[in-house]
Structure formats: C-alpha cells, structure tokens
Design a protein around this ligand. Structure first.
Ligand SMILES: [Fe+2]
Length: 587
C-alpha cells in the first residue's frame, strides 16, 4: 500500500512516501526548488518521490495532507472576527491566503495529481507531529509531547503512543493548548523583537542566549501565566500576532523590554543595547525551558513511561531538549530529524497508514537519509568542464586523503548518498573542518557561511569516543544522534575544540554510529589518527540564504563561490589548487 504525505502552505513544504508501512523517501520542497523555506505546494517533492519509487499517481492508495484546512480557516476567521474592528486590516490577507490555497487543498491535490477526491485524507497538524515523533522512534510505548507556533487551533499537545505486539498502533493525544496561547509564538515574538526572521531564525535567539543572563526572566513570566491545570495562558495585551500579521508584539511589550532591535543593527555585546538583547534572549530561553521541563515532568508522572517523543518546531530547541532529558524524569527522549512542519509530511503518511488504513505496525529505519542521492558523475563532469582537477579514489584512499586535507586545515564539502530529511546536516550534506581553533570558526563565518559570530558550529564524533570529549548524561547519545541536544564540552578539551565550543562551554554534538553513516565514521577515525581527536566541525552544506545543497551541481557551484577547499561526492574528489594556511598545528 502506497501512502503519500504532504505538508504545505505555511513554511517548509515537503512530501514523503510510505510503502507497505515503511518510509521510502522524503524531501523538502526547498531542496529541489532552491527557494529556502519554500512553502508552495510541493509539486517537485511529490514528483521526485513518485519517480524515486517508480510510481504513477494512480498507484497511490492515499494522499494525506498534514492538517485540516477547514479548521485552520475557522481559527483565522474566528480570530479575525473576535478582534474586529482592530483586525480589519489583517482580515483580507488572511482570507486571501486561506481562500487561495489552504482551504481548497482537496481540490488542489486532486487536480495536480489527477487522483479521485476520496483517496485524499487529512490528519490533524499535531497528530502529524506526534506520528513523526513517535512512529519513527525505536520505542514501542512512549509519552508524546508536541509544541509549535500553531497548527489549526492546537499549539501544544500531550499524550502517549503504543505499538502493540498484535501490530496495532495507538496514538492518543489527551489534551491540547489552543491558539493564541503558544510557546512557539512566545519564542517567535522574541525572535521578531530581536530583529530576526520569524519561523527561520529562532535558533539565533537560542545561540544569542548563551551570551546573556536571564535578568529579564521575571518580565517574560508576566507574559505567560501557568494555570492550575498544568497548562499556561499568554497575556495577550503584550502580543499582536493574534490580530495582525504585521507585528507580533504590542506597545506594552516594548514598554516592558525596551526598543526592539532593527534587523540591520549589529549586535555588539560591548554596548548596553547589545547586552540587553542577549539578556532578553537568555530570559525567554530560560522561561521556555522552565515551562517545558515542568510540563514534561508532569507528563512523566502522569504516564509513568520511561520514553518521551518530542515533536513540533519547539523540539528544534536543543538546549531545552537537553534540560528535558536531565530534569523531566524521562530516561530517553526521542526527537526526529525533522520535528518541524516538513516532518509532518512523513508523520501524516505514517499516521494515515497505521490509524486510518489499519496497516500493521512496522519498524521505521532509524536514520534521517530519505532524500535524493548525490550523483558523483555529475560532479566529475561539471568540474572537468570547468577545468578543475578531478580525482577518482577508492573508498579507503579517499577517506585517508580527506583526513589529510582536514588535518592540514582545509575545509571540505562532503556529500555522501541520500540527503537528510530535516533542517540539519547529519553527515551526508556537510561542510567539514578541523574543530580546534577559533581561527577556523572565524574563517568559516567569514569565507563560507557569512553568518553572525554568536552562532556556534557543531561537532560530530563517533559514539564510541563521545564521552571522552563531551559530558553526555544517560540518554544523551540518543538525543545527540540527530543533533537534538546541547551538552557541555569537557573543560579539559575546550581549548582544543574551540571552533565547536559555544561561549558557555557547550556544544550541539552529533554522536555518530558507524551503521548510520559508515563513511563519515571512517573519516572521523582517520582524522583522529592524525590529530589525536576524532572530532570534526560539521555544518550544513550551504551558504547564508540558500537551502542545503541537494545535487552535486549545486555543491560544485557553492564550492566555486566560497572558501571550501575540497569537494567530495562518492569516489570523486575536486580540490582547489591554492592551499589554505594550516590551522591544526597547534593541536
Ligand atoms: Fe507545526
């Protein structure tokens, strides 16, 4: 039975295909359209999924959309009417986007794919988040906690899931918190206030938080009040997102926290305003963490289960995830590689397969590599036509050669097999570099990523040796499998892991099992033989403003435009002739 899942029309559209209960492929539209955070109906992603699986649209047994559009429309309409006449300016916009596409999803899917309307199914937005988190995790029973900005009405749900020995599956969402009360919107409001892009730059707030102190946490708590039933309400006097798309915070918010930062204003921690922004970020981060820890602790007590599956965009907050693991009482915390809305494409397909179509439970392979595979021949062709030196090496020679390059301080674009599903590069579309010096971090920021200094780079290390360099609590390695937790770098290693150690001594480490990405695992070991430290800096293979590279051609174009010294796809190696200064000698 073939089930296609689709998420679209908000941000990060995606498609995913589940055949006989197991994912076959999944990809975000942005990787194919090259339009970052592409929210369009994911026609390219759908076409790629069908081609990859050798299917025609009529071979699909069901197409599942990740939310109930009519409910979402009801929420937009209700909120607009409730705040009339204040909302009259936002109403036409909301109407246009909803009426234009969101509401008529069944017709759009039917006409695009030419399949009968009765094959088109819908899940709740948070049901899709819950399924993406629970049904992809290697656990049979778990508590489920989802939190995001908003779906239809729900912004947060708690519940539990069970995969029974008779093949049946149950996902039970017990309670929900509804719009406008939303942890995601609270955090996004601060994202906007701090001059960053909403739904895109929330991780910048998290990175900036490490530079500040939560001196304004009490002020943030004025915005969010816990209720006796364990939920929370936001004081909507401080917000405007419920009434207008133009601004998310109110003048009262500005009275409380001071003037907002303009997006073009540099963050200078030597100035009072710069420190205020950092303190503001630290304060909302603290309140978010405290709220999540408190709510997940209550869920642990309620369910008595050892495992927790986290879903929704809030689960991208890897600092909060680590605190949940440490303080909630859950022994294991699972976060999928794509906890945000893109992952809902896979979640919706799995949910419908198990819950609507009644198909038996199946184990989902525990890796994030569901996207298009890289074509090494394409790289070789492009580089030769461009007059660049191309080498073809066998596996062992290639790994040893790249380890040499990295040990000599060169920066490597690394493509291996199928691309990751989700926002993080986990070893198949990565830029790799020596992790030892701040010079390397600054060089990457300056020559390749063009990004703010306060954003840390992440390390990757074999799971076997991770404990030596990082303070991983029980369950930490699992959270670090898809880079979903931030943990302390052991103090004695911080100076030698300076490029990947954040200002507060932490790192968003990926702990790599050989089976998940054997080639990168071998490279880490080879690099460890040279430097004494089997750790590499691993950042997503893209430059600022562009999606992560998908095809070899895009990687080659990026390689030619920025400071990457060597590029690998399959057996193919392309290097730039000019050597970069060695940065590893000090190790
Ligand atoms: Fe969501």
């Amino acid at each position: 039975m073939n089930v296609l899942g689709i998420s679209a029309h908000y941000h990060d559209s995606a498609a995913a295909l589940v055949a006989d209960g197991v994912p076959v492929c999944a990809v975000q539209e942005e990787r194919l359209s090259r339009n970052k955070h592409d929210a369009a109906f994911p026609m390219r992603a759908i076409e790629w999924c069908l081609n990859h699986a050798g299917l025609d649209p009529e071979d699909l047994d069901a197409v599942v959309f990740y939310e109930r559009s009519l409910l979402k429309f009801e929420r937009i309409l209700t909120c607009a009417l409730r705040t009339f006449p204040h909302s009259w300016r936002s109403f036409p916009n909301a109407m246009k986007s909803s009426l234009g596409e969101k509401m008529w999803v069944r017709g759009i899917i039917s006409s695009y794919l030419g399949i009968p309307r009765n094959k088109i199914l819908f899940t709740g937005h948070h049901e899709a988040h819950a399924a993406a988190a629970f049904l992809t995790a290697p656990t049979r029973r778990a508590a489920i906690f989802t939190a995001d900005g908003v779906g239809e009405w729900a912004t947060l749900t708690v519940g539990h899931g069970e995969r029974r020995s008779d093949g049946g599956t149950a996902i039970t969402l017990l309670r929900e918190i509804r719009f406008p009360h939303s942890l995601g919107m609270l955090y996004s409001t601060f994202t906007a206030y701090l001059g960053f892009s909403v739904n895109e730059d929330e991780y910048k707030v998290m990175g900036l938080a490490a530079y500040g102190r939560p001196t304004m946490a009490d002020r943030v708590r004025k915005l969010i009040r816990r209720t006796p039933d364990g939920a929370f309400v936001l004081d909507m006097d401080y917000f405007e997102y419920q009434t207008t798309a133009a601004r998310s915070y109110s003048s009262r918010f500005v009275d409380l926290f001071g003037p907002p930062r303009h997006s073009y204003e540099p963050i200078d921690l030597e100035t009072a305003d710069g420190r205020r922004y950092a303190d503001c970020a630290a304060s909302v981060q603290r309140v978010l963490e405290d709220t999540l820890v408190d709510m997940t602790r209550a869920l642990h007590q309620e369910t008595g289960l050892p495992d927790l599956c986290l879903g929704g965009g809030v689960a991208l907050n890897s600092v909060a995830n680590a605190r949940i693991l440490a303080e909630s009482g859950f022994e294991r915390v699972f976060v999928p590689s794509a906890p945000g809305d893109a992952g809902c494409a896979l979640g919706a397909a799995l949910y419908a397969d198990r819950m609507y179509l009644g198909n038996p439970d199946r184990d989902v392979p525990d890796h994030p590599f569901w996207g298009p595979a890289v074509d090494a021949q394409e790289l070789a062709r492009a580089a030769r036509e461009d007059g660049q030196a191309v080498e073809e090496l066998d596996e062992r020679a290639l790994v040893e050669r790249i380890a040499d390059e990295l040990a000599a301080g060169r920066i490597v674009g690394w493509m291996d097999g199928a691309s990751e599903f989700g926002p993080r590069a986990l070893g198949h579309r990565s830029i790799l570099a020596a992790p030892h010096s701040t010079e390397m971090r600054d060089r990457l920021n300056r020559d390749i990523k063009y990004r703010e200094e306060f954003r840390p780079f992440a390390p990757v290390t074999p799971i076997e040796t991770a404990d030596r360099y990082f303070e991983l609590p029980p369950g930490g390695a699992r959270l670090a499998r898809f880079m979903s937790g931030v943990f302390p770098v052991r103090p004695e290693w911080r100076s030698r892991l300076a490029a990947v150690t954040h200002v507060d001594g932490s790192a968003r480490v990926q702990t790599l099992e050989r089976e998940m990405a054997p080639r990168l695992h071998a490279l880490l070991e080879a690099y460890g033989r040279r430097s004494g430290i089997p750790v590499l800096l691993n950042t997503s293979f893209n430059v600022a403003g562009e999606p992560i590279v998908n095809r070899a051609l895009e990687a080659y174009s990026t390689f030619r435009r920025c400071g990457i010294d060597a590029l690998v796809a399959g057996p193919t190696l392309v290097t730039k002739p000019v050597a970069s200064p060695a940065l590893v000698q000090a190790v």
